[in-house]
Design a protein around this ligand. Structure first.
Ligand SMILES: Nc1ncnc2c1ncn2[C@@H]1O[C@H](COP(=O)(O)OP(=O)(O)O)[C@@H](O)[C@H]1O
Ligand SMILES: Nc1ccn([C@H]2C[C@H](O)[C@@H](COP(=O)(O)O)O2)c(=O)n1
Length: 245
């Protein structure tokens, strides 16, 4: 359901940001200005950033990429690399920081009525933390601390999501794209890791049998080459951006 931004509109000066609207009455403006929050979800290297880049050219749309650069450099430390080197020791460190930075993304001031965000605080917990814990690489006490933090955040803070776009790939496709992208920290990732992440995503968003899904899910098959992917994004543009059929 869309939220009407009565107080948002006034406090964030969005009337000033969208000049043509100042000619309408305030009530009309408030009724017109509804937020639409989209989260792009998918396995590692499934094409999320590429999808966001494509939609970033759309007017009245704000794109929020995952804060990976922060995860690779916090005051000179690289918790992403540390986590891949020794997940038992550094999993909690990375995931605590991921949770904080994703929350910060969710709560950042909106500059456009439609917001497209890469992943979410939900997938951080339901996919990556869950994976560390289930694979025996996160001690129970670390998992308990992260879970209490997550439960507190999601029960006390409104984190709006209207649509989840799931880029559905095979783990093999992701493995090939990840190898081609060649991010230094990820060179240690085996195909089996991507298979586990894939299964967690499928259980969450397709089978809907693991965790609560916070919004309707639009599945886009994403094994295709770039040209076909862009074509699909165009085909689904209305559904993605406005939630229309
Ligand atoms: N449809 C596609 N076909 C082939 N390569 C792709 C496609 N989409 C993205 N890539 C490439 O795959 C790599 C991972 O894509 P990226 O968008 O960074 O994934 P993510 O953000 O999901 O990790 C990048 O090198 C990107 O250029
Ligand atoms: N909660 C998370 C989120 C992401 N990661 C890792 C996975 C990748 O190595 C990297 C960025 O992911 P991408 O955008 O390329 O899919 O961060 C994690 O470990 N925990």
């Amino acid at each position: 359901m869309k939220r009407l931004l009565a107080f948002h509109v006034i406090s964030r000066h969005t009337l000033r940001l969208h000049p043509p609207w100042h000619r309408l009455g305030r009530t009309t403006c408030l009724l017109l200005y509804a937020e639409h929050w989209i989260c792009i979800e998918g396995n590692i290297a499934s094409g999320k950033t590429t999808c966001l880049e494509y939609f970033s050219k759309t007017s009245n749309l704000e794109v929020l990429t995952e804060p990976v650069s922060k995860w690779r450099n916090i005051q000179g430390h690289n918790p992403l690399a540390l986590m891949y080197q020794d997940p038992v020791r550094w999993g909690l460190t990375l995931q605590t920081y991921v949770q904080l930075t994703m929350l910060d993304r969710h709560l950042s001031t909106m500059s456009a009525p439609v917001r497209m965000m890469e992943r979410s605080i939900y997938s951080a917990k339901y996919i990556f933390v869950e994976n560390l814990y289930r694979s025996g690489k996160m001690p129970e006490v670390d998992f308990a601390v992260l879970s209490e933090w997550f439960d507190w955040i999601t029960s006390n803070i409104d984190i709006p999501v209207d649509l989840i776009v799931y880029l559905q790939t095979t783990p093999q496709t992701c493995y090939e794209r990840l190898t081609q992208r060649c991010r230094e920290e990820e060179k240690v990732i085996p195909l089996e890791y991507l298979e586990t992440i894939h299964q967690l995503y499928e259980d969450w968003l397709i089978n809907q049998m693991s965790f609560k899904v916070p919004a309707p899910v639009l599945v886009i098959p994403a094994n295709h080459d770039l040209q076909k992917m862009l074509h699909q994004y165009e085909e689904h543009r209305g559904k993605i951006l406005m939630g229309s059929k």
